[in-house]
Structures are given as C-alpha cells and as structure tokens.
Design a protein around this ligand. Structure first.
Ligand SMILES: C[S@@+](CC[C@H](N)C(=O)[O-])C[C@H]1O[C@@H](n2cnc3c(N)ncnc32)[C@H](O)[C@@H]1O
Length: 557
C-alpha cells in the first residue's frame, strides 16, 4: 500500500515502485537528485499504429497528446518530461534516451543539448538490427535505433570493466591469428594477444550483438513489437550504475529495464500510463511470464497460442504497485495503524509515531489541530463525544477554550461515511457550544474505487480427440458487471506442472483451454481502467462430464 511506500521513503528505506500514471505528473512528485540512472524508450514520433502498443485508455490518451501537432508538438511533449528527469537525476547520474530517425536529430539538439548541455554528451549509440525489408524500395532499409547517452555532469560513472566483450580473432590465409582493434586490425605478439584476450575490449558505439523485437528469444519475449532485448539494457545498466543504485524507467512498457535491474541487484522505479503495461510488468516481475499479446490488442477472440516464458523467477522482488485509485477493500481492511497514518499524511497532517488506543488522536494538522481516523462506515454519535474529550485532553483546556472563542475548528474526524446521528451531534455542538468539529470522508482525501464484481461462466464444453487421446475443450467467459475493464488476466491450471506459472492476458474476457480428466481451477482477474483488480476462481471436475464445484454447486454443463 502506498502508505508503506511513503513511510519507507520517510525513513529512507527504499522500496521498488511500479507506478501507473502519466510520467509527467508522477515525476513531479519525485524527489530531486534521487535516481542514479534513467533509461527511456518513449513512443517514437512515427504516428504509426504500432505506437499504440497496449491500446488501452491511458495509452491512447498519451498517443493523442503527442500527435495533436507536428514534430514541434512531440518535442515539446517530450521536453517537459526530460526536464523533470534532469531534476530527478543525481549529479553523478546518466540518462540514455532511446529513439529513431523520426525525431532523433530534434531530440539531440532541441532537448538533450539544451537540458543536459552539449558538454555532457557522452555517446550516440547506434543499435543495429536486421529484419525483413522490401527489396524493391528506393532507399536503404532503416535498421537501426539511436540511443543518446548524456551525463548530468563531468563526474559520471562508466564501469568499463563490467561490459567488456571478447575480441574477434581472425585466421588469415596463412594460418596467422590476429586480433582486430578498431577497424584497422593489428597483429599482436603471442603474450600481448593473451593479455588482450583475457581482458576483452570495450564495445564500440554501434551495437549489433542484440536481437531486435521479433528475434528476442522466446524465453524473454512478451510479444509486442517495441519490446527491447534484456541484453541491451544489461549493457547500459552495468556501464552506468552499480549494485544498489536506483534505475528509473519513466516509459517502462513491459518492464524490460526493471526486470534487468532486478537481475543485476539494482533498485528501480518504473512508470507507465497503460493499465495493461503495468499488469504485464507486474506479472513479469512476479515470475509469471506468459503473455498472449495478441489477445491484449484485440477485443475479439483470437486463437493465438500463449507465449510461454520463464525468464527468471526472482525469489523476493519486493515492490509496490501504485494505481490511479485506491482499492476500497484494501484500504478498509488494511492494518488499522497503517491506514490511519496513511490517511493523516494524505490529508497533509503528521501521524502519531506510536500506535494508541482507538479513542486517541491519530495525528495532527500542521496547525496542531487533532485528527482521528476511523476505518469504518456509518460512524455513530458516541464517537464524537469521546473525540471531544480526547481533543480537550490533547490541546489542553486553555487552547481548547481559545478554539471556541476564535470560532476555529477543534478537531477533525475522518471516516468512510457518517451516520445521521453523528452529523446531528456535530451540528448541535457547533450551534449550542461553539465547538467546531469537522467530519471528512476518506473519498474526499484519496480517490477510491470498488473492486469489480467478477464472475466466470463456462460457455462451451466439448469432448475432443487428438492422436488417440481424448480431452475437453472448455470456453470460459468472464464478466464484471458495469465496470469498464481494461484487461482480464487468466491463470489456468492446465496441468499440475504449469500451475501458477502462466498468466494470460486478454481484452475480450473469453478464453478456451483444453483439460484432461481430473480437478481443475481457473482464476480470472479483471482490471479496471483505474487499475483496480477484482478476482474470481472457478473450480471444476472433468470426469466424463464437466462439473463445477463450490460456489456454483450442482451446476452441470
Ligand atoms: C516503446 S514502449 C516501452 C517499451 C519498453 N522499453 C520495453 O522494452 O518493454 C513505450 C511505453 O510508454 C508508455 N507511455 C506513453 N506515454 C506515456 C506517458 N505519458 N506516461 C507514461 N507512460 C507512457 C506506453 O504505454 C508504452 O508502454
């Protein structure tokens, strides 16, 4: 929960953060000079369909933002974000901005030179790749991206020994082995050769040793065209940060930078405006790497096979996921003291450092006004009487009296909702005794939303045969009432071995799977456009027929 993050930030304990939101507004909340390395891979200025990767509300909004004008508009959109990045970056830090021919010249001259200074330009890295091209085109096929590396100052880090690569050895016609240095190839004597081979060489500023989108190994592939290879991020992160440093990706997409940061023992912060991107990244970081990307893009049913990926399984990646709105149930049933401190801080107050009895004071506004937070609905009249006593004790008789004389508020009670009795009592205290007590609802302080109510149905069940084996093909549909759902995530216990490792994403809420005889479980999570998740589990038994268990008892298909 965010309160934990804030508490930890206050105590200077860093917890990795995955944030749903527009990076501009999110970065404005971040501390200056707080991150060591920034890698950004913003949508390029191509105005092409593939720029919309996830196709959800947040991303489409961002797409429209960028393209409501020409390239100047795009540059202005990016520039205000890079300005924030400059503020957030530590003086020893570096930024790597990934782009392509559509806007690279504008970005270097009009953004990076202006904000970071031409003197802090370190490299223009060319990432070359290959891929299909049209043999009849009247130009050379464009097969590279640009990555601009700038440091914030002259005092920057470059861990050259961490990124060395082997020299290429050439065998000449006469059987002489040589090592290539730069482009002119110098033959070395045997002892030097050994020394150089052991040490390895620095990669040049053109990189051709990483696969691009379609060629990324199935192990790490999430399946969308602009996914970057982990090896590329590995080189950048190793070169310009150390273990324990904070790596920040403000356009984190499917979470490549964050996944690599985890592997390399860096701390991280990632932001993306798309609910789907955050959901996919969250699953990836939790070690669930199966994503059927086609299904994310389409609202129709697509038969595509899920891409199975098991890149790594971090045992303990601790991170918070921060959404647009707060989940009502998560807040309402969270640990009482944590909830109270969180709400007090969100309302601009200071929470008590120690937990007290429920009738006590949970915090103060900066002007010392006492605050009491209740985690319940429909607070009743008695609460106000006890609060009045607590306030008098907390402020002292003299100050309490002064509040009344000066017609100032004596205290504030915060709760999810208030009953009629307490509202009447607060009005009576004000009118008869001049005691002003504020009643404030939690939703006046933080935006909250209720979880979608999810249900799963089996739409079709068909017994099938393949290669002499019989199995059941079931089609499921997920529903979430009136909630506007950005993404459904399915976890299907297809067989015992894959249980819990597969997360399949789709937009349409329909999925088909094959089952052998036995007990099975299908879990679906529905994520709203606010990022709030509702969940439902369906257990069933396949044994000559399909029998749904538990909640939908006795229902037979
Ligand atoms: C090219 S992708 C990043 C891909 C990423 N490097 C990876 O390998 O997975 C760009 C991402 O920027 C996100 N995005 C676009 N505008 C944004 C904004 N204003 N704030 C935050 N994220 C944004 C998109 O949703 C998309 O996921």
């Amino acid at each position: 929960m965010k309160s934990q993050t804030q508490k930890n930030m206050e105590e200077k304990i860093f917890i990795n953060r995955l944030i749903l939101g527009d990076n501009l507004s999110q970065m404005k909340k971040m501390e200056s000079e707080s991150v060591d390395l920034i890698y950004l891979d913003p949508p390029f200025f191509s105005n092409r369909n593939y720029e919309v990767i996830w196709g959800d509300e947040g991303e489409v909004r961002s797409f429209q933002d960028r393209f409501s004008g020409g390239v100047e508009h795009y540059i202005a959109w990016l520039k205000e974000r890079v300005l924030e990045m400059h503020r957030i970056l530590k003086p020893t830090g570096s930024i790597y901005l990934h782009c392509d021919y559509h806007a690279d010249a504008y970005i270097r001259v009009n953004i990076l030179d202006k904000i970071f200074g031409a003197e802090n330009f370190r490299n223009h890295i060319i990432w070359c790749y290959s891929g299909p091209s049209n043999g009849n085109m009247k130009m050379f096929p464009k097969k590279h991206d640009s990555i601009f590396w700038y440091s914030k100052s002259k005092n920057y880090m470059f861990n050259n020994d961490k990124i060395r690569i082997p020299y290429k050895e050439l065998h000449s016609d006469k059987g002489v082995k040589s090592i290539i240095f730069g482009s002119n190839g110098i033959l070395q004597n045997e002892s030097m050769r050994k020394e150089y081979i052991e040490r390895g060489k620095l990669p040049f500023d053109w990189w051709d040793d990483f696969p691009s989108g379609g060629h990324i190994s199935p192990k790490e592939r999430i399946g969308y065209p602009t996914q970057k290879p982990e090896a590329l991020l590995e080189r950048i992160i190793k070169a310009s940060s150390n273990e324990g440093d904070i790596v920040f990706d403000p356009f984190c997409g499917g979470g490549t930078t964050l996944a690599v940061a985890v592997k390399l023992n860096r701390r991280w912060i990632g932001i993306d405006q798309s609910v789907a991107a955050i959901a996919v990244t969250e699953a990836r970081l939790r070690g669930n790497r199966s994503v059927d990307f086609n299904k994310i893009r389409s609202t129709q049913k697509i038969k595509g096979r899920a891409i199975d990926a098991n890149l790594f399984n971090p045992d303990s990646v601790v991170f918070t996921v921060e959404k647009y709105k707060y989940d009502y149930e998560e807040l309402r049933y969270s640990e009482a003291f944590e909830f109270e401190s969180f709400i007090v801080q969100q309302d601009g107050g200071y929470s008590n450092s120690k937990q007290r009895g429920d009738n006590g004071i949970d915090g103060h506004y900066p002007d010392r006004t006492p605050i009491q937070v209740k985690r319940s609905e429909k607070i009743v009249r008695d609460v106000v009487d006890r609060f009045r006593t607590a306030v008098e004790r907390d402020l002292g008789k003299v100050e309490f009296q002064k509040c009344i004389e000066e017609k100032r508020r004596c205290g504030t009670i915060i709760a999810f909702s208030f009953g009629k009795g307490i509202i009447e009592e607060v009005a009576r205290l004000k009118n008869q005794d001049g005691i002003i007590i504020d009643l404030k609802r939690v939703d006046e302080i933080v935006s909250i939303a209720k979880r979608p109510n999810v249900s799963i149905n089996i739409e079709k069940a068909e017994k099938m045969e393949k290669g002499g084996k019989s199995f059941w093909r079931l089609e499921f549909s997920a529903h979430a009432g009136d909630s506007s759902i950005e993404l459904f995530q399915w976890e299907v216990d297809v067989d015992e071995k894959s249980s819990g490792e597969r997360v399949l994403n789709d937009r349409g809420g329909i999925y088909s799977f094959d089952f052998s005889e036995g007990e099975h479980k299908v879990c679906v999570k529905a994520i709203t456009s606010d990022g709030i998740t509702g969940e439902e589990v369906l257990k069933f038994h396949v044994n000559g027929k399909v029998e749904v268990e538990e909640k939908k008892e006795g229902r037979k298909v």
